[in-house]
Design a protein around this ligand. Sequence first.
Ligand SMILES: [Zn+2]
Length: 460
Amino acid sequence: MNFKQHIAENKDHYLNDLFTLLRQKSISAQNDGVRDCAALVVGKLKEAGIAHVEIIETDDHPVVYAEQHVSDDAPTMLIYGHYDVQPPDPLDEWKSPPFEPTIRDGKIYARGVGDNKGQMLAQILAAQTYIATAGELPLNVKFVFEGEEEIGSKNLPTFVETHKEKLAADFVYTSDGPMLSSGNPYVLLGTRGMLYVELKAKGSDFDNHSGNKGNIAQNPAWKIIELLQSMRDDEGNILIEGFYDDVEAPTDLERQLLEQLPFNIEELREQVGDQKIDLSKADYYKKLCFEPTFNIAGFSSGYSGEGAKTIIPSEATVKMDMRLVNNQDPDEIFERFKAHVSKFALDITVAKIGAMSPSRTSANYQIVETVREATERSFERKTFIQPSLGGSLPNHVWTNILGVPSVIVPYANADEANHSPNENLVVDNFYKGILCTCEVMKAASQMTKDELLQKRTTLA
Ligand SMILES: [Zn+2]
């Protein structure tokens, strides 16, 4: 029997497995049901026929770990996913209860169905399908399912660092996030990192009368605006010394891949809510995948209520996020940022609110093309390769700490509404996802470890 037939014959059974998982809450931010969900995932892995399954504690929510070793010569695939979900609020915007999965118009509606339970379970059921049809997996597989992705994967770097030997693999495979807005699947090779900072400027001990103390009391809002202006020129270039030092330009192959990606300017204007946006495809993807951002996320000082209040504020605060690209190091960028501030004004304080490293897997590895072809076969739709996501994920734990290629293949529909009310997954994507993981396992197993990591420099 082939994979497709097996999946078709077990349709109801597999969907039922997913519904059981969706009914179990696992809201990491509220510590609601997380451990019960981990136990359920352990059960699913055992049911799939995976020999070794265990729960590994971290400082907070546990990791569900499993592995099946078939041969020392076979490549090893590490599958990453997460079983925790976002809080379901606002509840009254859901058309059906978030923890009671409901099918409407070919989509399953439930919190976590796309992000990430449906995609994670597709990986487990792929192993189950493979073992049921072929008797055994074709390569060594390790599973790492964490329970803290929705609260920033705070213990994942330490977990990977501590268990480096146990986790040794030839490549990492993740299915999370939505497909391209065109509806096409794609293979994602990296993510932008992030540095989040808060600037605070102090003036007087309290707000002052802007007339009686005008020209006398200092205004910290002006000070911080002048600082911000010293950081960026009229064209948007960042003037902090060394900010761009470690940024890598796209390779020829990466440029070719960007050129192939779908792009629709009308749709982009719609998505951003700005009809004035004018960009070429090359610029769009270059800005998204290969350039860091320097964003003012919030600015507060003085009075911003209704009408007038004539004061000189005593404090000004700015929150900023910088999405970093390969090979920028958030800690180093933070030092450079601080150095710029202290050169400019000693009495403005800088605090680091958050940091995550960027990651990038070389598009040249053979495994990248192998995964792309397997995805295209399974979803029966043209499948693209994108060198980096605009957003941030803890993908650097695989590329930087474990030191192996990492490919992300989203199985969810573009409008999955992850983190929002009425989160959904197209039922067919769930089944095609199971098939896709089977095809990736099969294709990777037909190559030696060396062949998987062979390099190509241009597209075939
Ligand atoms: Zn999420």
